[in-house]
Ligand binder design. Structure first.
Ligand code: ASP
Length: 594
């Protein structure tokens, strides 16, 4: 089964959860209460993290990682696996491990799936990006989060490419690797892997991220800046999304969200390889530029000086650029500087724009190149593609808001509270806002008050934030069945994967209250029930059937649940309906079968 799926993705080996395996029970009763288990898929593509010395130098070694990690107590809790019958309970193979319990009281169970062959990332091509994308697509619903082990050399390119390929992403994907192999005594691989697993398994940060040296970055904002330090990556134009030092601190305001009601999908680029990077240098000739821009090239990233400048005293060179844009080549202007943005401060920059070159803001060359390839591989006219390149698709560039921005200072409500609390500095005000947002937003969702929600958003409040029970406004709106509020929250980036302290997602809440339209909308957005939520589903269905509750059964059906699940004693919902002579239920179940 797994082999067939892996073949679909193009030659990956290993054993992950098959899409037809029974959903595992995820809540473990222990002496000190239930422990939530999360499942993470680790896709090992290669890189230094899993390399061993060979006669010609370091190279990746296949089928070694899981066995080696099992011997490292911080990366595998063998006692827990045994005490809870982990392997037989969840039908797991040797390539699955479990972390010791986290501070957040979670157990992260992770399965390692290996690319074959494992690669030094210098050997990776867009074909591998598509393979990784296929695996993410196949296993998206089976795991709570994903970690991709990757060489550092081209990690920024893969992270950027995946960020565009993952459309309407709702789960956490973290790329990581290391500068020193994990098998060596002193290495950065263990900490990088552990941190990535903790983020992927415990938090819904719906982005393609890159974790390195205690920092979680947006993947399409990073660039490799150091070949020798453990601190190898930099995100020059965007602060990190999170830091994992004494505490894990997530900068929720920076987290990019898809703001959509569409389902997750991978856009296979069949990567358009007719794109390239051209770095301007003093003395570059018009002939060199002309040669580079020849057909079949379709798009280039022009790496210019400073804030987007190129010589404007060489008409022949500018003419070549202009001719290319007129032929339909998309040219994106990015700066050679590590930090900063392309702007129109200088005449030399303006000249490029006049030649049809598109300003690329503060995108890294890695992001700009993969964005070009992504956009060029989408359907549409050239004009539409030129427009799409200018848009901020995945938070890859900073967009300066037009018009006046509402700041915390404009928020009368928060200011009044601040007065009572005698606080005035910006940081304290933000802290008050963050403390108040969850209950206020939940109350607004309960009352169907869209204006209050908008006001909280304008203050910078995060509408995905959880209250003390882990409940989000989307949970509340789903219980209430207020479709408009649910829509608004989803379009504001609320996540359908949030779980409250009882492990319930908004979808389960909508099922419980039989809000069929909300269930359908949540499903369109990619919501699915977690394994934990499905533990007693058969018994629940039997009880609904016995009581003649067609509406309740329909709710589970709309949520994608098979209504043939047997109850605890093995009887099916249909048998229960027959026993209680519930004709309507029997008819309904028969219709579904037909
Ligand atoms: N050459 C290695 C790679 O990119 C470097 C590393 O992983 O750090 O695969």
């Amino acid at each position: 089964m797994m082999a067939a799926e892996a073949a679909q993705a193009g030659g990956f080996l290993g054993r992950a959860l098959s899409s037809t395996e029974p959903a595992p029970a995820l809540e473990i009763g222990g002496g000190c209460g239930a422990v939530a288990e999360a499942r993470v898929l680790v896709i090992n593509t290669g890189g230094t993290i899993g390399m061993v010395p060979q006669p010609e130098g370091l190279a990746p070694e296949a089928n070694m990682l899981a066995g080696a990690l099992k011997k490292i107590p911080i990366l595998h809790d063998a006692a827990y696996a045994e005490e809870t019958n982990l392997y037989s309970r969840l039908h797991l193979g040797d390539d699955t491990l479990v972390l010791p319990i986290s501070r957040q009281n979670k157990r992260i169970i992770y399965t390692i799936l290996e690319l074959s062959p494992l690669l030094d990332s210098s050997n990776m091509t867009p074909a591998e990006w598509d393979k990784i994308g296929s695996l993410l697509e196949i296993y998206y619903e089976k795991y709570d989060g994903f970690v991709i082990l990757h060489g550092t050399d081209t990690m920024a390119y893969t992270a950027s490419a995946l960020s565009f390929m993952c459309e309407n992403l709702g789960k956490t994907i973290v790329l990581t690797g290391s500068q020193v192999p994990i098998y060596e005594l002193r290495n950065d691989g263990r900490a990088n892997l552990l941190g990535s697993l903790l983020f992927a398994g415990q938090f819904v940060i719906p982005e393609v991220c890159l974790y390195f040296h205690n920092k979680l970055y947006r993947g399409n904002r990073v660039t490799k800046v150091d070949a020798e330090s453990f601190n190898a990556f930099s995100s020059p134009n965007l602060p990190s999304l999170a830091t994992a030092e004494v505490d894990i601190i997530i900068n929720w305001e920076t987290v990019w969200r898809a703001n959509t009601t569409k389902k997750f999908a991978i856009h296979k680029m069949n990567f358009d390889q007719h794109v390239g990077l051209l770095r301007i240098f003093p003395g570059i000739t018009a002939e060199a530029v002309k040669g580079f821009l020849q057909s079949p090239i379709k798009g280039i990233v022009l790496e210019t000086y400073g804030s987007g400048n190129a010589p404007n005293n060489c008409p022949a060179l500018l003419e070549e650029l202009q001719k290319a844009t007129e032929r339909g080549v998309v040219i994106l202007n990015c700066t050679q500087c590590l930090r900063g943005s392309v702007s129109l401060v200088y005449e030399t920059g303006k000249t490029l724009m006049d030649a049809g070159v598109i300003p690329g803001g503060d995108m890294t060359p890695e992001a700009a190149l993969t964005k070009l390839a992504y956009v060029l591989s989408k359907p549409g006219t050239l004009a539409e593609k030129r427009e799409m390149v200018k848009e901020n698709l995945r938070g890859e560039m900073t967009v300066v808001p037009i018009g006046t921005q509402i700041t915390l200072k404009d928020s009368k409500f928060i200011q009044e509270i601040a007065k009572y609390l005698f606080i005035s500095c910006k940081e304290e005000l933000a802290a008050v806002r963050d403390a108040l947002t969850p209950p206020l937003a939940c109350a607004a969702a309960k009352n169907g008050d869209i204006d209050a929600l908008k006001a909280l958003q304008n203050m910078g409040g995060n509408l995905s934030s959880e209250d003390y029970d882990g409940r989000t406004p989307l949970h509340v709106a789903s219980c209430e069945g207020n479709l408009e509020i649910v829509k608004h929250l989803l379009k504001s980036g609320a996540t359908v994967y949030a779980k409250d302290r009882f492990g319930a997602t908004p979808l389960l809440n909508a099922i419980k209250f039989r809000h069929h339209d909300v269930i359908c909308l949540l499903r369109t957005t990619g919501a699915h029930l977690s394994s934990q939520e499905l533990v007693n589903v058969g018994t629940e269905l039997c009880s609904l059937a016995f009581n003649g509750d067609v509406e309740g059964l329909l709710a589970w059906h709309l949520a994608g649940v098979d209504l043939n699940h047997p109850g605890y004693d093995g009887s099916t919902p249909y048998a229960m309906a027959r026993a209680a002579n519930r004709m309507k239920v029997m008819e309904f179940l028969c219709q579904l079968e037909a």
